[in-house]
Write a new protein. Structure first.
Length: 55
């Protein structure tokens, strides 16, 4: 699995909160799923370029 999420950036995004160790992994999985769905949408539309509208 590709790690797209940087743990320190999560903490920066929610400075008033403690962040559990498994948050980065869970967020990474959600992002990968979102990208996979977006890639499928682009392919269905005959494109090889992922665009914001695919998200």
């Amino acid at each position: 699995m590709v790690d797209l999420i940087i743990k320190s950036k999560i903490k920066s995004a929610v400075p008033d909160m403690s962040v559990a160790g498994d948050v980065a992994e869970a967020l990474n999985k959600k992002v990968l799923k979102l990208l996979d769905e977006a890639a499928n949408r682009a392919k269905l539309n005959g494109r090889r370029t992922l665009q914001a509208r695919d998200l």
